[in-house]
Design a protein around this ligand. Structure first.
Ligand code: CDP
Length: 225
C-alpha cells in the first residue's frame, strides 16, 4: 500500500473509541500505536503520589519535565494496550484510576505540561508509521499528518462505552457518575487556552454513535487506501 498515509492522527473526546480503533488500525498497518493520553495520565498519577497540589501549575510542570515516562509495547495480556512506566515502575493500571480520571484534564490544561509532553510525542510521530491518538495530534503535535480523523460520539454513548469497559474489568461503575465526569472532562479539554480539543480544519469527522468499533475500523481502513 504505497499510498497509505505514514502518519495518522486520531483525535476526539473522552471515550470516543479512539484507543480501541486506533490500536486495530495500527496492527493492521503494522504501525506503532501511540496513545498520548497515557502520558497525561502518568503525570497526573505521579503528581498525586508526590502529594503535589494539582492547582500549583508551576510545580506540576516542573514535575513533568523531571519525570521520565516510558511507554512500551504491552508485556502482559491483561487487557492493556501498552505498558506505562515511571522510574521503572509499572503504573499502567494506576493511570486508569478514578482519581486520575477526575484530575487529568486539569493537569493537561497546563502549558508547561503540554510543552514537555507534546515535544516528546512529536519526536516519535515524525518517525512515521504511526497511529497517534489524543486531543491535539492533528492540530498541534503533528499538523503535517497525512490522515487526520476526529472521532466523535454523543456524551451518553461514550459514557455507556466507558461503563461497559469498567464492568468488563470486573469493577463497579455508576453510569450517571461516569456521564457527569465525561461531560466535565470534555468541557475542560475543549475550553482550555492551550491546544483545546477541536477537529483540525482538514480532519475527517466520524460520528460513531451508530457505528460499532468494527465499522469505524473499516471506515478508517478505507480512508487509508
Ligand atoms: O481514554 P480517554 O479518552 O478517557 O482519555 P485519554 O485519551 O486517556 O486522555 C486523558 C486526558 O488527557 C484527556 O481528557 C485530556 O485532558 C488529556 N489529553 C490531552 O490533553 N491531549 C492529548 N493529546 C491526550 C490526552
Amino acid at each position: 500500500m504505497t499510498n497509505t498515509p505514514k502518519t495518522i492522527a486520531l483525535d476526539g473526546p473522552a471515550a470516543s473509541g479512539k484507543s480501541t480503533v486506533g490500536s486495530r488500525v495500527a496492527d493492521a498497518l503494522n504501525y506503532l500505536f501511540f496513545d498520548t493520553g497515557v502520558m497525561y495520565r502518568a503525570v497526573t498519577w505521579t503528581a498525586l503520589q508526590h502529594g503535589l497540589d494539582l492547582l500549583d501549575e508551576a510545580a506540576v510542570a516542573k514535575l513533568t519535565e523531571e519525570t521520565p515516562i516510558d511507554v512500551r509495547p504491552a508485556s502482559q495480556d491483561d487487557g492493556r494496550a501498552c505498558d506505562v512506566l515511571v522510574e521503572n515502575e509499572d503504573i499502567t493500571w494506576q493511570t486508569r484510576r478514578p482519581e486520575v480520571d477526575a484530575n487529568v484534564s486539569t493537569v493537561a490544561a497546563y502549558a508547561g505540561v503540554r510543552a514537555a509532553l507534546s515535544q516528546q510525542q512529536r519526536r516519535i510521530g515524525l518517525r512515521g508509521s504511526v497511529v497517534m491518538v489524543g486531543r491535539d495530534i492533528g492540530t498541534v503535535v503533528l499538523p503535517e499528518a497525512e490522515l487526520k480523523i476526529y472521532l466523535d460520539a454523543s456524551a451518553e454513548e461514550r459514557a455507556r462505552r466507558r461503563y461497559d469497559e469498567i464492568i468488563a474489568r470486573g469493577e463497579l461503575a455508576d453510569y450517571a457518575e461516569i456521564l457527569e465526569k465525561v461531560i466535565q472532562r470534555d468541557h475542560i479539554d475543549s475550553t482550555r487556552d492551550v491546544a483545546p480539543l477541536r477537529p483540525a480544519e482538514d480532519a475527517i469527522i466520524l460520528d460513531s454513535d451508530h457505528l460499532d468499533a468494527n465499522q469505524v475500523f473499516e471506515k478508517i481502513m478505507a480512508l487509508c487506501k
